[in-house]
Design a protein around this ligand. Structure first.
Ligand code: ACO
Length: 331
């Protein structure tokens, strides 16, 4: 059986920036409140460009293919993770395929919120290890800022999220390296603690004045409940991944957690008992880009030479569902 590895990774964020000060002109918030509670200083937004996740994903993928030096005709499968799809039906994968000009290959959409990237990598890993495909493009792409409630009532969530996309190529290798394991979990009990109810096929007449007034088409989050579960599950699933490979926390060279909130990342780092420089954070520049955040963080960690060949890298996610996961990689 072949091993699967991440050949390379790239990301794209739209040019327009929304700072905390910009937000404080739109709602009752402040740079100080946002920075202290979340670590976020700014986030990128598609603004008025009408760019969707598929557009951002094309930009990231073009960069990736240039970096690796392969032609798009060599891509034989796409796994596209987003929680903010361009269309309700079909998923963004099909639109991405059309925009990239990828000929009739299979595309699979993943809708696991902030855990989208770990789930997507896990799927790609299995297709490589079963020798089904050779070059799988794994995407995490998100446009959150068009859906947020930028006024006082929405301030609990609007300050958190940003837009962006990451793309990586997962391919086979004969070397003893690559994706060692993936562990995925879900607990649907907490679905109402972090969700966006509409659009939904459940009810008739959902788009009416009353529902719009109730703002149920915007994301709802019970921040404290999310925080509590996130710190527990991140640690648990990282340890689960390590143990399944006969490793322990001392073997970790780098953890790339989903960038939910700097305080979550900091708490996980302390609970794991690893050095601060072994848990990567770039949330101050991008906010929470949901399915894209791990890919953006991994790209920056590589660019900053914080990961070298042979390192043990743990990707870890937690988000809506609640759903969480880890992917352990020998780089
Ligand atoms: N600006 C100023 N004040 C605000 C804002 C804001 N943007 N948002 C809420 N407040 C106010 C509240 O109204 C409340 O005021 P009150 O005391 O007068 O009622 C006060 O601040 C405290 O509100 P809390 O919600 O209790 O604030 P908390 O300390 O819990 O911080 C936060 C909120 C940052 C969301 C926190 O709960 C948290 O970190 N949760 C984790 C969830 C998370 O990070 N999710 C990211 C997305 S999901 C994911 O990726 C896993």
């Amino acid at each position: 059986m072949k091993n699967s590895f991440i050949k390379d990774i790239a990301f794209y964020v739209p040019d327009e920036i929304l700072t905390n000060d910009d937000l404080s002109k739109m709602m009752d918030t402040s740079d100080e409140w946002i920075k202290t509670r979340t670590g976020i200083e700014k986030r990128h937004t598609t603004g008025d460009t009408n760019m969707g996740p598929a557009d951002l994903a094309v930009k990231a993928s073009d960069q990736l293919l240039d970096k690796i030096g392969i032609d798009k005709s060599e891509i034989d499968f796409v796994v596209f993770a987003t929680s903010t799809p361009d269309y309700y039906v079909p998923g963004s994968g099909a639109l991405f395929q059309e925009k990239m000009g990828l000929e009739n290959i299979g595309v699979l959409d993943i809708r696991q919120g902030c855990s989208g990237f770990t789930y997507a990598l896990s799927v790609a890993d299995k297709f490589i290890k079963t020798e089904t495909y050779k070059n799988i493009l794994v995407i995490g792409a998100e446009v959150q800022t068009t859906q947020l409630d930028y006024d006082d009532e929405g301030r609990g969530t609007a300050v958190l999220f940003g837009d962006g996309a990451a793309a990586c190529l997962v391919a086979p290798t004969d070397e003893k390296r690559g994706i060692l394991s993936a562990h995925l979990h879900s607990d649907g009990k907490y679905i109402d603690d972090l969700s966006s109810l509409y659009p939904s096929s459940k009810y008739k007449d959902i788009i009416n004045e009353e529902n719009i007034q109730k703002r149920q088409h915007h994301i709802y989050m019970n921040g404290r409940e999310v925080f509590k579960h996130a710190v527990r599950r991140f640690k648990e699933v990282i340890l689960e991944g390590l143990e399944s490979n006969g490793l322990n926390v001392n073997d970790i060279d780098m953890v790339i957690p989903h960038q939910a909130n700097f305080r979550i990342t900091e708490t996980v780092q302390k609970h794991l008992g690893v050095d601060q420089d072994k848990v990567f954070s770039n949330i101050h520049n991008y906010g929470n880009t949901t399915a894209a955040s791990i890919g953006i963080a991994l790209t920056e960690a590589l660019d900053q030479k914080k990961i070298k060949k042979g390192d043990i890298v743990v990707l870890a996610s937690f988000g809506a569902g609640f759903q969480w996961g880890s992917v352990v990689i020998k780089w």
